[in-house]
Design a protein around this ligand. Structure first.
Ligand code: S0N
Length: 271
C-alpha cells in the first residue's frame, strides 16, 4: 500500500499525491462513480493544480472501489439542457474536462478499475494511456439512454480503434471485456485488479525518468495532428515557451526596455 497524501479535500472526488504523481479518484461508488457537474468542477480544479504544480509530473484518473472507473453522467441529475449541479444550471462541463485532459502538458493515465461506460468511457479514451484491471468493462450507451458524444467521444475514439469499430461501439452499445479492449488498442495493458495501482504507478515512474519537456512536446504534436487550429495553437504555445527560454528572445525584450535597437545578428541561423 502506498502512502498517498491528500492534496485537497473535496466532496465528490479524492485528490492525492505520491512521489511526483497526482491521483484523482471519482468518489461516488454508490452510483458506479457517475459524475455530476460538481464532480467535474472538482476534477477540473484538481487538473489546474496539477498543471501548475512543479511537484507533479504525471496524473492518474480513476474511480473508487472495484466496480467502476466511471459510469458517465449521473442520470439522476440529467434535465432538459444538461446535468444539474448545486447551482441549478444545466451543463455538459465534462466537455471542458475532456479538452483539459488532452491539453494538460503532462501525461494523464486512466487507471480503469471496473466499468468505463458512457461519458466515463470517453474520459478514459481521452487520457494519454489506459491501464485496465481484468474486471474492467468498456462501452458507450448514449443511443440507448438518450445521449451521445459526437465530439472526442466519437472522432477521437475512431482514431484509436478505427472507423468501423467506433461505429460498432456507438451503434450497438455493446460492452467489451478488458481483453477485447486490449485487442482493439483501446487500452495499453491489462493486469489483475490487485496489481492495477502497482502497474499504473510503475508506468508513471518510468515516464518520470524521461524528459518532461520531450513528453510535453510529443503530446502536443500528437494532439496537433488531430485538433486543427486548436492543436496548432497548443503546439505553437509550447514553441513560444521554448523561445522565451532563449537569449535571442531576451535580446528583443531587453532592447525594448533599454530603448535601443535590438541586435539579433549574433544568434545562430540553424540549418
Ligand atoms: C455501469 C453499469 C453497467 C453497472 O451495472 P451494475 O454493476 O449492474 O450496477 P447497477 O445496479 O446498474 O448500478 C448500481 C447503482 O448505480 C446507479 N448508477 C449506475 N450508473 C449510473 C449513472 N450513470 N447515473 C446515475 N446512477 C447510476 C444505478 O442506478 C444503481 O442505483 P440503485 O442501486 O439505486 O439502483 C450500469 O449501472 C449502467 O449501465 N449505468 C448507466 C450508464 C450510462 O448509461 N451512462 C451514460 C450516461 N450518459 C453519459 O455519460 C453522457 C455523456 C455526457 O456527459 C455527454 C458528453 C458529450 C456530449 C453529450 C453528453 C450527454 O450527457 O448527453
Amino acid at each position: 500500500m502506498r502512502n498517498w497524501t491528500t492534496i485537497k479535500e473535496f466532496e465528490e472526488i479524492k485528490f492525492e499525491y505520491f512521489e511526483g504523481i497526482a491521483k484523482i479518484t471519482i468518489n461516488r461508488p454508490r452510483y458506479r462513480n457517475a459524475f455530476t457537474p460538481d464532480t467535474i468542477k472538482e476534477i477540473i480544479e484538481s487538473m489546474v493544480f496539477c498543471r501548475d504544480s512543479q511537484d507533479i509530473a504525471t496524473v492518474i484518473l480513476t474511480g473508487e472501489g472495484d466496480k467502476a472507473f466511471c459510469s458517465g453522467g449521473d442520470i439522476n441529475v440529467k434535465q432538459i439542457g444538461g446535468y444539474i449541479g448545486k447551482d441549478g444550471i444545466p451543463r455538459l462541463n465534462v466537455l471542458d474536462l475532456q479538452k483539459m485532459i488532452r491539453s494538460l502538458p503532462k501525461p494523464v493515465v486512466a487507471m480503469v478499475n471496473g466499468f468505463a461506460i458512457g461519458g466515463g468511457h470517453v474520459l478514459h479514451v481521452v487520457c494519454d494511456l489506459s491501464i485496465a484491471s481484468e474486471n474492467a468493462i468498456f462501452g458507450q450507451t448514449g443511443p440507448k439512454v438518450g445521449s451521445f458524444d459526437a465530439g472526442f467521444g466519437s472522432s477521437y475514439l475512431a482514431r484509436v480503434v478505427g472507423q468501423k469499430k467506433a461505429r460498432e461501439i456507438w451503434f450497438l452499445c455493446k460492452q467489451y471485456s478488458a481483453t477485447e479492449a486490449l485487442e482493439l488498442g483501446l487500452v495499453n495493458t491489462v493486469v489483475p485488479f490487485d496489481k492495477l495501482e502497482d502497474e499504473t504507478v510503475a508506468w508513471c515512474k518510468q515516464m518520470m525518468q524521461h524528459s518532461p519537456l520531450a513528453l510535453r512536446m510529443i503530446k502536443a504534436g500528437l494532439n496537433a495532428e488531430l485538433d486543427g487550429q486548436a492543436g496548432i495553437q497548443e503546439l505553437a504555445g509550447n514553441a513560444t515557451m521554448l523561445y522565451y527560454m532563449t537569449e535571442e528572445a531576451h535580446e528583443g525584450k531587453d532592447a525594448f526596455l533599454q530603448k535601443r535597437k535590438p541586435d539579433f545578428s549574433k544568434y545562430p541561423k540553424m540549418p
